[in-house]
Design a protein around this ligand. Structure first.
Ligand SMILES: Nc1ncnc2c1ncn2[C@@H]1O[C@H](COP(=O)(O)OP(=O)(O)O)[C@@H](O)[C@H]1O
Ligand SMILES: O=P(O)(O)OC[C@H]1O[C@](O)(COP(=O)(O)O)[C@@H](O)[C@@H]1O
Length: 331
């Protein structure tokens, strides 16, 4: 029996294109089941500041195509204080909220698990982050758009790299995960891909980067050379890496830090569909009693995955593409 009368939703951590599609699907699906939806603003901060509003049909009209999140997102240090989770749960109880949907990444899910220790209602997660570093789903909402955004930029950099016969290093996001870097790098035909999963890179030993560059120049006569680099791959960042390479090989290397542009923009179709599917699935599963689960998608099928396992291990990037890039693509 459906005992949920009122559910809440929030978006937390780095915003991701497609979060609005998920919010829309949650509101529409809940409304169709006569369940009221409360939207908390600014991630978990909305629980502390009691900043929320009832989401009605007109609030979710014309948002599926918009990047960002109509609920705003944020990181919330207050939830990581000793009393934070109990305070957040108290707001949910006070507002008679029977269930909470958290759209965010593995950090947001850790926060949800802490709140669950003090909360009597149900909690479900919907994976939304450009990093795609959440276990239990093939793709997170926002990842597909971030790849296309990065790709568009790298293609443009290729033109100027070619005209100037330069080496460019393009830094992509992904905190501790090489998903965006590997995918965008492969799709852009990047000559090299550097990400945490490929092993560490030390200022004292840049041979693994320099040897393929020299090989390409000597044997292949390349007029442009693009290296995509995941953020946090090199001490001092990608600008420092470009300087070290310029010094080591005597060729001007330029760094381009793509940054937050990767988080914005209109979501591509795949993210609108994923956001809609997982948002709707989350509501349906809550109504059937799901608790402490994430609504994910594996092999095209919507599935539940224990929230506690979503950040347990590093989700592996495609080993086939890694091997191909290392053995063939870099030469
Ligand atoms: N261990 C934790 N305990 C309580 N809250 C947490 C914890 N880890 C993350 N959070 C909450 O989740 C928010 C978002 O986490 P973050 O890692 O920044 O983003 P994401 O969810 O995208 O991975 C944090 O600002 C914090 O409020
Ligand atoms: O916007 P901020 O706070 O500088 O955070 C940047 C980080 O957020 C992201 O864009 C998204 O990460 P999360 O989804 O895990 O929050 C990372 O790729 C990046 O490292």
């Amino acid at each position: 029996m459906n005992r949920i009368k009122r559910l809440a939703v929030l978006t937390s951590g780095g915003d991701a294109p497609g979060m609005n599609a998920a919010i829309r699907a949650i509101q529409l699906t809940a409304a169709a089941c006569n369940v009221e939806v409360i939207g908390f603003k600014h991630g978990y901060n909305g629980l502390f500041e009691q900043e929320y509003k009832t989401l009605l049909g007109h609030h979710v009209q014309n948002i599926i195509q918009r990047g960002g999140t109509i609920l705003k997102s944020a990181r919330c240090p207050a939830l990581q204080t000793p009393d934070g989770p109990a305070q957040a749960a108290a707001t949910l109880h006070q507002l008679d909220i029977d269930a909470l949907i958290v759209i965010g990444g593995d950090g947001s899910f850790r926060g949800a698990l802490e709140i669950a220790k003090h909360y009597q209602g149900q909690i479900i997660g919907v994976p939304g982050t450009i990093d795609n570093d959440v276990d239990g789903t093939d793709n997170t909402i926002g990842y597909a758009t971030a790849i296309d955004t990065a790709l568009d930029a790298i293609d443009k950099i290729r033109d100027t790299a070619d005209a100037f016969e330069r080496i460019f290093l393009v830094e992509l996001m992904g905190r501790h995960s090489g998903y965006i870097t590997l995918s965008a790098g492969i799709a852009a035909g990047a000559e090299q891909i550097i990400c945490p999963e490929f092993g560490s890179l030390s200022p004292d030993d840049l041979r693994s980067v320099i040897t393929p560059i020299q090989h390409a120049q000597l044997l292949l006569g390349k007029s442009s050379y693009i290296i995509v680099v995941a953020e946090n791959s090199y001490p001092g960042g990608t600008t420092a890496l470009a300087e070290a390479l310029s010094h080591a090989i005597g060729i001007e290397c330029r760094a381009c830090i793509l940054g937050h542009i990767q988080r914005g923009g209109s979501p591509v179709g795949a993210d609108r569909i994923l956001g809609t599917k997982l948002g709707a699935f989350a509501v349906e599963q809550l109504l059937q009693g799901a608790h402490l689960q994430m609504a994910g998608e594996i092999n095209g099928e919507a599935v539940l995955y224990p929230l506690s396992k979503t950040g347990e291990r590093q989700k592996a990037i495609d080993p086939f593409l890694v091997r191909w890039q290392q053995q063939v693509g870099s030469y």
